[in-house]
Design a protein around this ligand. Structure first.
Ligand SMILES: *Cc1c(COP(=O)(O)O)cnc(C)c1O
Length: 380
């Protein structure tokens, strides 16, 4: 699914030197490299504050802690996403409110959000799933009307641009009140271990968050709030700082692969290629509207699981993101949910299949993958 070895080989000298410097200096925790990376990421995103932390799940949790959300507050998020999003809501004893998504871009449905709002709703967590922004303009409008916080889960969207209806653009993760991201190795900007960050343009919130990540400490050994220990270590910051200047070219390589996949599947019945809904209609290198964390097809009238097996039998890795809706997971089941409210998620889990997507895909690999998919779909 990913080729981290191939990507490393191309940047080995820079990364090795950057890591060696940390070892030579023994500045393993909170070293200058963490600050440097933080500053460089702030500049890249055009956001006032980046607060590095230990992983993307912590980033979400800390963002919610920083906003002062309290037990019983309702937080609306997508039913079709990785479990981390709902997990931290539940962990903080907030009330998760899972809602359906759109069939075309897989992102949280605006209509479903509107329907789910109650007097207890305090926040919305859109997830920029597979690398394309949710409809942030509509979400920010709803948030304004109902006085809600918006926390962007940007673990899959780093580098993507969101285009407003007036044509102006903003980087994903800089639009809501606060955002989280993950630097897990297979993410679009991945380190060589765990890592994450929180973004915000709000000075006061940034101050609060910097204390929370460090045991609730704003002055040495004065603990003003209950915090956590969540740090990005310097070696990971060194890897990320070496890779950040290449993020746009990495995302371009992903888009290039997506374009080749789309072209191969263009006239194939029952194979629906991912739709780009924000920015340009196609996939261009200039608008950055989709960064293809995953390249996800929908297949109709074919046994998706048999297709997965067939690809695996032919040495092609593939993934099903996600096979079970969150509202059906044992940990997150709730009598409040009604199956009729999740028609899209309940359908997507049967149809989606994600093909290999990374920065090192070659045209002949893509041809082998698409030929194998097409042959199976046409014969079954
Ligand atoms: C990867 C991911 C996370 C969690 O990130 P970790 O760094 O693994 O904790 C959260 N949300 C989404 C949507 C993700 O894809």
């Amino acid at each position: 699914m990913v080729d981290l070895k191939g990507q490393y080989a191309a940047i080995k000298n820079e990364v090795d030197a950057s890591i060696q410097e940390i070892i030579d200096n023994t500045t393993f925790i909170n070293g200058p490299k963490v600050k440097e990376f933080q500053k460089n990421l702030e500049d890249y995103l055009g956001v006032k504050h980046v607060i590095p932390c230990a992983n993307g799940t912590d980033a979400l949790q800390i963002a919610m802690m920083g906003l002062g959300l309290e037990q019983g507050d309702e937080v609306i998020t997508a039913d079709f996403t990785f479990a981390a999003t709902v997990e931290v809501i539940a962990l903080l004893k907030l009330t998760p409110v899972l809602v359906d998504v759109n069939p075309d871009d897989f992102n949280i449905s605006i209509e479903a959000i509107k329907k789910a709002i109650t007097p207890k709703t305090k926040a919305i967590v859109p997830v920029h799933l597979f690398g394309q922004c949710a409809n942030m303009e509509a979400i920010m409008q709803i948030a304004k009307e109902h006085n809600l916080y918006v926390i962007e889960d940007n673990a899959q969207g780093i580098g993507a641009n969101y285009t407003y209806s007036d044509g102006t653009k903003a980087k994903s993760g800089t639009i809501g009140h606060v955002a989280s991201t993950s630097f897990f190795p297979s993410k679009n900007l991945g380190c060589y271990g765990d890592g994450g960050a929180i973004f915000t343009n709000d000075d006061d919130l940034a101050h609060t968050l910097r204390g929370i990540v460090n045991h609730g400490m704003y002055q040495r050994y004065h603990h003003d709030v209950v915090g956590v220990n969540s740090r990005l270590d310097s070696i990971q910051a060194a890897v990320l700082d070496a890779k950040l200047p290449k993020l746009d070219s990495y995302n371009n390589a992903r888009r290039d692969a997506a374009r080749q996949y789309n072209a191969a599947f263009k006239d194939v019945n029952n194979v629906i290629t991912p739709k780009t809904v924000n920015g340009c209609d196609g996939i261009c290198d200039t608008c950055d509207c989709h960064v293809f964390h995953q390249y996800t097809l929908k297949v109709k009238n074919v046994d998706r699981d048999a297709l997965v097996k067939h690809l695996n039998d032919n040495g092609i890795p593939c993934g099903v993101y996600y096979p079970i809706p969150l509202h059906s997971q044992k940990a997150y089941k709730d009598d409040r949910y009604n199956e009729a409210d999740f028609p899209v998620t309940n359908q997507l889990i049967k149809e989606v299949i994600s093909l290999p997507m990374h920065t090192e895909l070659e045209a002949d690999q893509i041809k082998f993958i698409t030929d194998t998919v097409i042959k199976f779909v046409n014969n079954n």
